[in-house]
Write a protein that binds this ligand. Structure first.
Ligand SMILES: Cc1cc2nc3c(=O)[nH]c(=O)nc-3n(C[C@H](O)[C@H](O)[C@H](O)COP(=O)(O)O)c2cc1C
Ligand SMILES: Nc1ncnc2c1ncn2[C@@H]1O[C@H](COP(=O)(O)OP(=O)(O)OP(=O)(O)O)[C@@H](O)[C@H]1O
Length: 307
């Protein structure tokens, strides 16, 4: 898969290829996004995703939190069969009139199929819409595919809805809407080294700025280490019993005996919410609660592995 960061370089990469282009911000790469991108990948044309490195919402409103890092979006897009990802910073194209986008699709990308959802808008003041793209396709022998809205429990799936569900700890709904469990790949950092003194050594992972922060509490999780999947019991929060100046993810893997993981980048998936984070009177009380949570987490993990 090729990644094109600068729109000036599109022609150099694409040359005379005929393309099918999926359009959108695509944070999270959920089941609605999958439908849109499949429409490009299954076309028999060269499949291209035109997106942005950052979310337009961050540029336009100054607030945004991400479900996926750029690296994870790349990994997923590649696994879905995308050949080219055009990914400028949104600032590079924010002032483009809609005409400039459609000219780029037609002349730069030689587009023969466009795929997007019904609500997709583009160009300055969001002046371009699916009708505009349909006319572009009709005038140049291409096909316009407006993908029917993908719903879950009777409502449209969206990155915004998934972010809210993660903030509420509704991980079963999140898994259904993403088509996979919610997870992240972050470096294992040092903590206060108290965990091993109470028999629960943990891997600590910090959330980068503007990444979605799951509901504070304990989760059943899956941790991927050297090709093996381990049962995890994860606390997300500020651990009020001992105190932390920032929220982090801390995971105990009861079955892991492989030693030091500091500095490794590990994938963690949050499968199910187990309980809220609490302040305990002492570490013994915390330890007793963690061993109960481990049993719950193990049952949930085993169910996940059987699926
Ligand atoms: C499964 C699990 C549940 C936890 N639950 C809580 C909690 O409810 N409240 C809390 O203050 N800390 C909680 N912690 C965090 C512990 O306080 C922390 O792991 C311990 O102090 C070790 O921290 P360290 O790795 O920085 O040494 C939990 C940790 C784990 C692994
Ligand atoms: N549920 C869905 N069904 C069909 N198409 C969708 C769905 N959600 C998004 N799309 C389409 O996928 C592309 C990417 O959309 P976008 O990144 O805006 O998704 P979103 O999930 O609605 O994001 P946000 O909630 O952050 O606005 C667009 O073409 C959009 O119309």
């Amino acid at each position: 898969m090729h990644v094109i960061r600068n729109t000036e370089e599109i022609r150099k990469f694409i040359g005379e290829k005929k393309t099918a282009v999926a359009l959108g911000a695509f944070d999270g790469l959920h089941i609605g996004h999958y439908k849109v991108i499949r429409t490009a990948v299954e076309s028999g044309l060269t499949p291209v995703v035109f997106t942005f490195r950052d979310n337009p919402a961050e540029y336009l409103t100054g607030t945004c939190c991400y479900l996926t890092t750029v690296e994870e979006r790349m990994r997923i897009l590649e696994s879905w069969g995308v050949e080219y990802v055009i990914m400028p910073d949104f600032a590079q194209v924010a002032e483009w009139p809609a005409e400039r986008f459609s000219n780029l699709l037609r002349f730069g990308l030689n587009v023969k199929r466009i795929a997007c959802g019904a609500d997709f808008r583009f160009g300055k003041f969001a002046a371009g819409d699916t009708e505009w793209l349909k006319k572009l396709c009709e005038a140049h022998g291409g096909e316009m595919h407006v993908v029917p809205t993908v719903e879950y429990k009777g409502e449209r799936v969206s990155a915004t809805r998934i972010r809210k569900a993660i903030e509420n700890g509704e991980m079963e709904d999140v898994t259904a809407m993403l088509g996979r469990p919610f997870g992240f790949c972050f470096e294992v950092v040092h903590g206060n080294h108290i965990g091993h003194t109470i028999g629960t050594p943990t891997i600590n992972q910090n959330f980068p700025p503007r990444f979605v922060l799951p509901r504070f509490g304990v989760y059943a999780s899956a941790v991927y280490v050297d090709g093996k999947t381990y049962c995890g019991v994860t606390n997300v929060g500020v651990k009020p019993t001992v105190g932390s100046d920032h929220a982090l993810s801390e995971t105990w893997m009861p079955d892991f005996t492989g030693g030091d993981l500091y500095g490794r980048t590990l994938r963690l998936e949050l499968l199910s919410f187990v309980r809220d984070e609490k302040k305990f009177p002492d570490l013994d009380a915390l330890k007793a609660e963690i061993s109960l949570n481990e049993k719950t987490a193990r049952t949930l993990f085993e169910a996940f592995e059987k699926k």
